[in-house]
Design a binder for this molecule. Structure first.
Ligand code: NAD
Length: 322
């Protein structure tokens, strides 16, 4: 049997590939526009299929041809492109995701692990609490990306309840690390990459609210989180959607201080803000709204956790090796 990753050459997908390969899994990468730079160290060890999740038939064909029993569904149009191209966002994120669930129904997949986002929670003022859990109904902002993620969650639950498709949604606080340098979190990763090269940087205003509770899992560790979710015993799964982030949050201040510890000569310009930026207000974490991720650890028994200093060291080494 094999596993398939949609969007497997993206930032998270490429680290999930590495994690699955370490476990000797047979990996099929299904990606519409493969980013070969992200997978060049292991491209020959996976089966790369150039395919579009909006095309149900080609996905079903790939699943059958390679005897795929588990799909990790990561392919999506992310925040900024979703705003620029809402039609593409609806086609890929909405139709494409329903296609993945439908492929699971018709081929009898063992499990579909799909990714959602903290963006579904929207702005902090929508809640009368400073920390939201899975029981807090998302009040997504008026933004195409988060709306598509809410839709994915509703359909994921529906396919489970109505058809018994074993969907498991991971509502991700976010990730940081190598592999993506554009977009909202991409700006953060670009800063770390520049520091690794010895360049001077300025912390983006989106991450300059010092109280922001970030639960961003370092992307190498996140690969392990996803592969764990794909293999954990079904009896442990108490709900079909979990908030996923680090056990404890860190703040941008912690991050900058730890960066300076790892890279003592680093030149980091920071202007701390009294409030989050308008764009940060749409994303739990940078907005100041915390996300309770304890159930993921308690129910599923995941033991791993990121150590910020070690993660920064690994990120710097990874970027320098490139
Ligand atoms: N990076 C984060 O911090 C973060 C946070 C929350 C949720 N997510 C979600 O995690 C997933 C992966 O994020 P990422 O940061 O790795 O993104 P990414 O942009 O690096 O990777 C996405 C991949 O999907 C592929 N893709 C796009 N459209 C496709 C289609 N129609 N068919 C097949 N493949 C297609 C792209 O070619 C790309 O390789 C996304 O669903 C994203 O919404 C990411």
């Amino acid at each position: 049997m094999a596993v398939m990753i949609t969007g497997g050459t993206g930032q998270i997908g490429s680290f999930l590939c590495r994690s699955l390969l370490r476990q000797n899994q047979q990996v099929v990468v299904f990606d519409a526009k493969p980013n070969r730079d992200n997978i060049r160290d292991f491209e020959k060890k996976v089966t790369l299929v150039e395919g579009d999740i909006a095309d149900l038939q080609s996905m079903v064909r790939t699943i059958k041809e390679h005897q795929v029993d588990t799909v990790y569904h990561l392919a999506a149009i992310v925040v900024l492109e979703s705003r620029e191209n809402p039609l593409k966002s609806a086609t890929v994120n909405c139709l494409g995701t329903v296609n993945v669930f439908e492929a699971g129904r018709t081929t009898g997949l063992r499990r579909i692990v799909y990714v959602s986002s903290s963006a579904v929670y929207g702005r902090p003022e929508s809640y009368d609490t400073s920390s939201v859990s899975e029981d807090d109904v998302p009040r997504c902002p008026n933004d195409p990306y988060s709306a598509t993620k809410v839709m994915n969650e509703v359909f994921g639950q529906h396919y489970y309840t109505k058809f018994g498709v074993k969907t498991l949604g991971l509502r991700l606080a976010a990730t940081w690390g190598p592999g993506r340098y554009l977009g909202f979190t991409g700006a953060f990763n670009e800063m770390v990459r520049k520091l690794a090269r010895g360049e001077e940087v300025t912390l983006s205003p989106d991450f300059s609210y010092p109280m922001a509770p970030l639960r961003w899992i370092y992307v190498e560790d996140l690969g392990d989180v996803f592969s764990y979710a794909g293999t954990v015993d079904e009896v442990r799964i108490k709900r079909r959607l979990y908030n996923v982030g680090t056990r404890k949050p860190f703040t941008p201040v912690d991050f900058v201080n730890t960066l300076k510890e790892v890279l003592p000569g680093a030149k980091i310009n920071v202007t701390w803000r009294d409030t989050p930026t308008e764009s940060a207000l749409n994303v739990a974490g940078p907005s100041g709204l915390d996300m309770d991720c304890s159930r993921f650890y308690e129910d599923l028994g995941y033991q791993g956790d990121s150590n910020l200093k070690q993660s920064i060291q690994r990120a710097v080494e990874f970027e320098r090796a490139r």
